[in-house]
Design a protein around this ligand. Structure first.
Ligand code: HEM
Length: 412
């Protein structure tokens, strides 16, 4: 530390510690004190401003990490099945592959197709709430995350993909383990668990694909298998399983953290809980404000394929940029009093970067929004006396951030 001013490098180092990750927001402000686009060392930038993050996400010269960039920074990546899985998906692809990979799955996530899931999500939500009521009868604490917020997204995406209900708890476990591979590759040893989970998932996917080929069903797995079988140049075998894996993992923890924070914020602000119970339309703006205030994905990254200028800051080709979406969402230049949770903000002004922007804009955003808009009011209506029984505990990860556990009581 220099006097009371923390340097950007000190702030980033602090974000690498357990303590720093507990409450990263003051560290984001420490970085913001140095600008919107802050150089940290030659060829390294951290981006915290709303406009700069938005521009960076939409800038074609800024690429996501892919197999070619891993060849430079992590040459042994091919020996890790979890990394191979992600790099075969749209999330880790650049032009020209990206548009092709996104196109094969995107039809399932268009707003009209997602709206068709409305009734199914309501029904799944109510079933999970009844289960929770049973677990929490006589005042026993129930973990809102593992018993509700994490179960709903897995149930919904499993239904869309066509994964059997009996395997959903197993999927959740696998998805959490394999997601470690998205946290950066500085410690290849940490990838051993992710690789083991990916190997198990690959074996499962192979058996499921085989069953669907013999007996096609009205689900996404059958449709993806058909694309691969009829036109392998559109979707190779690795890309097929990579797509299934990313659809399963990208929306699970993220959506559960959105619901977890939404429930916590409602319990902290009883007036909002009352409005969520009484006014069906209030949930839309409420969910946008949770996304802004406590985004499940705090960070993403890009590298520069050529020299460029980012809001007046020259970024040389080959540079790596850390984009802190959670800091952009609290940019005081974009949102007045950004550290205040306020679902009453002018809705037309609230456009958080929580789902990214540009070519990689979250494919599942309409689905995640719909799940949270249905789940939160129903949770609060079903349990009018929902109470925090112990403070929620954050999971110790920076990139995808949310509650690991959140014990509540559902009745006195
Ligand atoms: C609250 C929940 C969610 C959040 C906060 C979230 C966030 C994000 C973000 C920030 C990105 C862009 C990453 C980047 O540009 O580097 C992304 C991409 C993606 N998300 Fe989500 N996501 C959520 C839910 C979902 C769901 C439910 C699904 C699918 C079932 C999903 C599937 C995807 C996919 C496939 C991509 C990659 C898109 C591409 O590369 O073209 N996400 N998500």
């Amino acid at each position: 530390m220099t006097g009371t001013v923390m340097s950007p490098v000190e702030a980033l180092d602090a974000l690498g510690t357990v303590q720093g990750r507990q409450d990263p927001y003051p560290l984001y402000e420490a970085i913001r004190a140095h600008g919107q686009v802050v150089p940290t060392k030659p060829g390294r930038f951290v981006v915290v401003g709303h406009d700069a993050c938005d521009r960076a996400l939409r800038e074609p010269a800024l690429r996501v990490q892919d197999g070619r960039s891993y060849d430079v920074v992590f040459p042994s990546w091919r020996s890790h099945s979890s990394v191979r899985g992600f790099t075969s998906s749209m999330l880790y692809s650049n032009p020209p592959d990206h548009a092709r990979l996104r196109q094969v799955a995107s039809f399932a996530f268009t707003p009209p197709n997602v709206r068709r899931m409305h009734g199914v999500i309501e029904e799944m939500t109510d079933r999970l709430l009844e289960r929770m009521a049973g677990l929490g009868s006589a005042g026993s604490p129930v973990d809102l995350i593992s018993e509700f917020a994490a179960r709903l997204p897995v149930a919904v995406i499993s239904e869309m993909l066509g994964f059997p209900e009996k395997d959903q708890v197993w999927f959740r476990d696998m998805a959490s383990r394999v997601a470690v591979a998205t946290d950066g590759f500085t410690d290849p040893n940490a990838l051993a668990g992710a690789d083991a989970a990916m190997d198990e998932m690959n074996a499962y996917f192979a058996a499921l694909l085989d069953r669907r080929r013999r007996a096609p069903a009205d689900d996404l797995v059958t449709q993806l298998a058909h694309v691969h079988d009829s036109a392998p140049e559109r979707l190779s075998h690795d890309e097929l399983t990579g797509t299934m894996m990313v659809l399963l993992t990208a929306g699970f923890e993220t959506t559960s953290f959105l619901i977890g924070h939404g429930a916590m914020l409602a319990l902290e602000h009883s007036a909002y809980a009352a409005r969520l119970r009484a006014e069906p339309d209030f949930a839309d703006g409420y969910v946008e404000e949770i996304l802004r205030f406590e985004p499940p994905v705090h960070v993403t990254s890009r590298w520069a394929a050529q020299d460029l200028d980012l809001l007046g800051v020259p970024v040389p080709a080959g540079s790596k940029l850390i984009l802190i979406l959670a800091a952009a969402n609290r940019d005081p230049g974009r949102y007045p009093d950004p550290g205040r949770f306020d679902p009453g903000r002018d809705g037309s002004q609230v456009r958080p970067l929580s789902f990214g922007a540009g070519a990689h804009f979250c494919l599942g955003a309409p689905l995640a929004r719909l799940e949270a808009r249905i789940a939160l009011p129903r949770l609060l209506r079903r349990f009018p006396r929902l109470t925090v029984s112990e403070p929620p505990v954050y999971r110790d990860r920076w990139v995808v951030r949310g509650f690991e556990t959140f014990p509540v009581t559902v009745e006195p």
